[in-house]
Design a protein around this ligand. Structure first.
Ligand code: ZN
Ligand code: ZN
Length: 133
């Protein structure tokens, strides 16, 4: 697919970022490369890219959407203290496979298997857990 220069730039910013950036953050980064870019253009391209599945939009409890350039199936946890959104690493990939089976046998949906995309768990991140006391 042929992308405009703006879309390419926005996609690169999201993909090269392991944290899950907000639209505002992407906009700040994009402006460094392309000072004339507007926030509306950033929003429009983020929407378009998530609609076609190039990136994933994650709506979180704080009402601020974040974007994820990691298209592989993975789970997220949002820290209840600092709001950070973290990619969860599975301790055991076989268990992850089990979990997917459990999800598919638990919920009654017609059609294809459920794949995990924006699954959001709540917990406390390492950093906040360390500073608890
Ligand atoms: Zn935290
Ligand atoms: Zn992620």
């Amino acid at each position: 697919m042929k992308y405009s220069r703006q879309r390419r730039l926005i996609l690169d910013i999201v993909k090269s970022n392991p944290v899950h950036p907000t639209a505002e953050w992407v906009y700040q980064q994009a402006r460094e490369e392309m000072p004339s870019i507007g926030i509306a253009t950033v929003y429009r391209n983020l929407n378009a890219l998530s609609n076609i599945g190039e990136i994933e939009r994650i709506s979180s409890a704080d009402g601020i959407d974040r974007f994820d350039g990691n298209a592989a199936e993975h789970y997220h946890m949002q820290c209840c203290k600092c709001g950070k959104l973290i990619d969860l690493k599975a301790k055991d990939t076989a268990a992850l496979e089990e979990l997917r089976k459990v999800i598919n046998t638990t919920f009654d949906v017609a059609g294809e298997d459920i794949t995990v995309t924006t699954t959001l768990l709540r917990g406390v991140c390492d950093k906040c857990a360390d500073t608890k006391n």
